[in-house]
Design a protein around this ligand. Structure first.
Ligand code: NDP
Length: 299
C-alpha cells in the first residue's frame, strides 16, 4: 500500500476526533498543526502524528491539507507569509476545507490556490463530535468532482456519507441551510415545550408524544431528551458557531433573492442568544434563553 501524506490543521472540538481517525488510518502519514501548541503536542503524544511548528511546516510534503477552523476567514488568514500554507503547498496538491465556511470566502480562497495549481474543495461536515469519533460524518463537498474522487479515500477515514454538492461554495451553502434547520427546530421546540410545561404537561410526556408524531426532529428526538431535560447541556458544538451558520444561510437566501423571513428571524434570535450566553455556551443552551423569557424551566 502506498502511503499518502496528509496535514490536518485545527484541532478543535470536531477537528481533533477527525484528525484522530486519520492518525490511526492505515496508509496515511499525518502531520498536525494547532494555534494553541499544547493541544497539538498532547494530540501528538496520544495519537502519534508529526507535530508541526507552523501551517507551512504541516503542509510541506503533504498531498492533501485539511483545515477545520471556526470561519472561512481563519483559513484565509493562514495562506500568506513564510509560515503560511501557500509557502509550502506544491502544485497538484489539494486543500480540503472542513470548516463550515461561507461560499464567497471559499471561492476567493479557491481562486488564490488555483493561481498556483493547487486544488480546493469546501467540505464541511455534519454528525457532531460523536460522529467524528466513530468516523461516520456526512461530508458535503463543493468543487471539482474528479478532485473529490482523488481525495475520497482520505475523507472516508472520518466520513461515511460523502456527497458532491456542486461547484465551489455549494458544500458551505448546504451545510449552512442544514444548520439553520437545526436552529429553527431547536428554538421552536424550546418554545413549544416551555408553553406545554407551563400548561401542566410534563416535558418528557410531551416529547414521548411528539417523537411518535409529525412534529419530531433531531432536537425533539435527541437534543431535548439527552441534554435539556437532564440539564446536562454538554459542550460539543458552540452556540457561537451555530449563530455563524444561520447567518451564512440567511446570507445565501438574501444573495439568491429568496424571501426567507423565518431564516432571517432565526439568525436574529441566535445572534441574540450568542451575545446573551457567551462564546463558550453550547448551541443547545439557546433553550435557556427561551426558558428565561418564559419564566419556565423545561424540566
Ligand atoms: P472549536 O471552537 O472547538 O475549535 C476551533 C479550532 O480552530 C481550534 O483548534 C482553534 O485553535 C482554531 N482557531 C480558531 N481561530 C483560529 C485562528 N484565527 N487561527 C488559527 N486557528 C484558529 O470549533 P469546532 O471544532 O467545534 O468547529 C470547527 C468547524 O467545524 C466550525 O466551522 C464548526 O461550525 C464546524 N462544525 C463543528 C461541529 C461540532 O460538533 N463541534 C459539527 C460540525 C461542524 P485553538 O486551540 O488555538 O483555540
Amino acid at each position: 500500500m502506498t502511503t499518502r501524506t496528509v496535514a490536518f490543521l485545527g484541532l478543535g472540538a470536531i477537528g481533533r476526533p477527525m484528525a484522530a481517525r486519520l492518525a490511526h488510518a492505515p496508509g496515511i502519514s499525518l502531520a498536525i498543526w494547532n494555534r494553541t501548541t499544547d493541544r497539538a503536542a498532547s494530540f501528538g503524544r496520544e495519537h502519534g502524528a508529526r507535530v508541526a511548528a507552523s501551517p507551512a511546516d504541516a503542509a510541506r510534503g503533504a498531498e492533501v491539507v485539511i483545515t477545520c477552523f471556526p470561519v472561512s476567514a481563519d483559513v484565509e488568514s493562514l495562506l500568506d507569509g513564510d509560515a503560511g500554507l501557500l509557502a509550502a503547498m506544491a502544485s497538484g496538491t489539494v486543500l480540503v476545507d472542513c470548516t463550515s465556511g461561507d461560499p464567497a470566502t471559499s471561492r476567493r480562497i479557491a481562486a488564490r490556490l488555483a493561481e498556483r495549481g493547487i486544488g480546493y474543495l469546501d467540505a464541511p461536515v455534519s454528525g457532531g463530535t460523536s460522529g467524528a469519533e466513530q468516523g461516520i460524518l456526512t461530508v458535503m463537498v463543493g468543487g471539482d468532482a474528479a478532485l473529490l474522487e482523488r481525495v475520497r479515500p482520505v475523507l472516508e477515514t472520518f466520513g461515511k456519507k460523502i456527497v458532491h454538492c456542486g461547484p465551489i461554495g455549494s458544500g458551505d451553502a448546504l451545510k449552512s441551510v442544514n444548520n439553520a434547520l437545526l436552529a429553527v427546530s431547536l428554538w421552536s421546540t424550546a418554545e413549544g415545550l416551555a408553553a406545554l410545561t407551563k400548561a401542566g404537561v410534563r416535558p418528557d410526556v410531551a416529547l414521548d408524544v411528539i417523537n411518535a408524531s409529525s412534529g419530531r426532529s433531531n432536537a425533539s428526538m435527541n437534543l431535548f431528551p439527552d441534554r435539556v431535560l437532564t440539564r446536562a447541556f454538554p459542550r460539543t458544538f458552540r452556540l457561537a458557531l451555530l449563530d455563524k451558520d444561520v447567518g451564512i444561510a440567511a446570507g445565501v437566501a438574501r444573495e439568491q433573492k429568496v424571501p426567507a423571513p423565518l431564516l432571517q428571524l432565526t439568525a436574529e434570535l441566535f445572534r441574540l442568544a450568542h451575545v446573551e450566553l457567551g462564546e463558550e455556551a453550547d448551541h443547545v443552551e439557546a433553550a435557556k434563553l427561551v426558558e428565561r423569557w418564559a419564566g419556565q424551566e423545561i424540566a
